[in-house]
Design a protein around this ligand. Structure first.
Ligand code: PRT
Ligand code: ZN
Length: 286
């Protein structure tokens, strides 16, 4: 039997869909079934284990899985010895302290002596300690946001994404203590063969992520505007320029970072570009 890298992904939850989509964008083909706990890829030496997210750092540290995809919040809370290999850019959220709306909060020391409910006692304790605040941490495993309303705690520390859960429970966010996104973690001592498979997987993930952050653009420009347009595309490799069938015009092709995309489009339009086409990129290998 050939050696396969065992990749742990969340069985069902907020990370599952994006984790599977990322593997598919890396052209790894496998059968997904919500009933199965394990599946093998057909065209790449990996097999997937479907687990609860909280178990992933421990399984990776113990070598049951070789690598895993999980939130950085879970990794930090688990404090297992695993290596963070690559941030994955999805499931972004923050761990924040929130208090009832009526609480007149000014600084962290206002929490001194209070009871804070959380599912993240380790991260919270570390944060309070670093900031010299002594409070009681009350660990609960779910529905943290209702704790102040039922008199179980004075404040909470929980994951926030849009903030609507806090709002609908009469709470306000007062401190962000940790920012998180999905991350690829690995066991610390992979065999050389597995380390090679991981390197190939990371290479594919990076190519997919770079492609996701960029757009390929094509435009027609009058030849006398070529210099001006090139000046608008700073920091990028020299664009491709090809003559059009019409005299005095060229087609220019280049790659633009999506963060700067609209600004670049506005500027090249003003410089005389016409017929601008924007094309998504599937993979970018640099
Ligand atoms: O069953 P299993 O144990 O595998 O899953 P789970 O229920 O423990 O985790 P899951 O699927 O809810 O979340 C997995 C990971 O997604 C988390 O560890 C975070 O890294 C990340 N993530 C991103 C979130 C959120 N956004 C999020 N909004 N995790 C939880 N929430 C919850 C939060 O706890 C709160 O109840 O959503 C609520 C807040 O959302 P807003 O949008 O109202 O602010
Ligand atoms: Zn969980």
């Amino acid at each position: 039997m050939s050696i396969k890298l065992r990749v742990a992904i969340q069985k069902s939850g907020r990370l599952s869909e994006d984790s599977i989509r990322l593997m598919e964008h890396c052209d790894i083909k496998f059968y997904k079934s919500s009933l199965r706990l394990r599946s093998e890829a057909v065209n790449f030496p990996v097999e997937f284990l479907y687990l609860r997210d909280d178990d992933i750092p421990g399984y990776v540290a113990d070598g049951v899985a070789d690598v895993g995809i999980v939130g950085e919040n879970v990794v930090a809370e688990a404090h297992q010895s695993v290596r963070s290999v690559e941030k994955l850019g999805f499931s972004k959220c923050r761990l924040s302290i929130a208090v009832p709306k009526s609480f007149s909060y000014k600084t962290l020391s206002d929490l001194t002596g209070l009871n804070i409910a959380t599912s993240y006692p380790t991260i919270l304790a570390q944060y309070l300690k670093q900031n010299g605040v002594v409070a009681d941490i009350h660990e609960i495993s779910g529905s943290v946001e209702i704790a102040p309303g039922i008199g179980l705690a004075d404040a909470i520390c929980d994951i926030v994404s849009s903030g609507s859960t806090l709002l609908s429970n009469g709470l306000k966010e007062v401190e962000t203590i940790f920012r998180s996104e999905a991350v690829l973690i690995s066991q610390e001592n992979l065999s050389p063969v597995k380390a090679d498979i991981l390197a190939e997987l990371v290479f594919r993930i990076q190519s997919v992520q770079k492609a996701r952050d960029n757009r390929y653009i094509l435009m027609n420009i009058p030849n006398d505007a070529i210099e001006r347009v090139i000046d608008i595309l700073p920091g990028m490799k020299s664009p491709t320029i090809m003559p059009l069938a019409i005299d005095g015009w060229s087609s220019l092709h280049t790659v633009v970072d999506q963060d700067r995309f609209w600004e670049v489009i506005e500027n090249v339009k003003a410089a005389g570009a016409e017929g601008i086409l924007v094309i998504p990129i599937e993979k970018m290998i640099l």
